[in-house]
Design a protein around this ligand. Sequence first.
Ligand code: CO
Length: 429
Amino acid sequence: MELPVPVADHGLLDRRAFLTGAIHVAGLVAVGSHAGDLVATAQAAESMTLETPPWMQGPGQPFRGYGQPAKYEEEVKRTFFQPYKDIAPGSGASMTPLHQLQGTITPNGLHFERHHSGVPDIDPAQHALLIHGLVRRPLHFSVEALLRYPTISRICFVECSGNSFFNVAAEPPQKSCGAIHGLVSCSEWTGVSLAVVLEEAGVDPQGKWLVAEGADAAAMNRSIPLVKALDDAMIALYQNGERLRPEQGYPMRLLLPGWEGNTSIKWLRRLTITEGPVYSREETSKYTDLMPDGKARQFTFPMAVKSVITHPSAGMRMQGKGLYEVSGLAWSGAGRVTKVEVSADGGKSWAEAALQAPILPLALTRFRLPWNWDGSPVLLQSRATDEKGNVQTTREQWTAQYSAGNVYHYNAMQTWSVSPAGEIKNVYL
Ligand code: CO
């Protein structure tokens, strides 16, 4: 097979090669969606006969009111991080299996979770949102009342401020891509513009912040500048078309596109308009960034530009040399992703990946690049750039920005090493 000339070392090909027919897709080796699993290259049919499989020899299953994934996909699950499992099983996180998914929209059952005191069982008939503080007219919104308001929808990512913090460890953790980077997910959210309900309450001129509080046992709260609340904030009621799930804040949550996930308060029950922040636990002892001089930076809200290769990634196995598709996700809390570059030699040479349209601001963007692996050891990396010109950092650059022990806003490039035997590991560069 004639292959196009690589545009970067170790066989990275032009991003248009699949599209222009420069590569015969029959030669493609796909790294399976399941870790350690492989999808074989299409094989030439041995004969022209086609047998009738058992599932064609009788009627199939009856209808279901609510669909479930195929039973053969049972291993596609979130992984848990429960540091205080024995004393506080409801505290911790579950991570999206990014390496087992494709596209950019996260299925609702696989959206990451971060709970501080479990998932409350909230009866929507007894839940309400109170807006008070520095307003002309304090208001109470039942769920039913909010559902009657004009709605808006937007596709955006939610990323925990602590996402990828496992890579802060001295030794690279040998976990799957999702188990390292899966505190990010992307959905189409539908709800009521926060600006609309704040307008109705009438914010006093001295009101500059609001304190959002959840109805979980932790009464999670965060201070939010009013500027953001009036810009693109939403009281979300639906996720990917259906009502929010309990784990995502049923019956209503705050949604602050592009900002650290912790500020998108779930099970939203109160918005207090204030002159300034209240310096709650979640913005003092936690969710602050420890700087090299020992000071902690507070209220660092937007998530940085970032990308990760999901296929191939740690725990998967290459199936010999040949053609592969490198694919992954990129995003930025500053707007649209404009460029993703891929390196197979640890950042010495780069090839620009194709970006899948639509490229939405503050949403996950899928990138892809054809790769003809020559069987030599390689170091795969991706590097994202956003429309504000922000470029993803190396691990070394990221580490230099903070004091040791900082675990928030980790956006350094991920390096996957591929051995000649096809083994893929997490390594630091
Ligand atoms: Co922050």
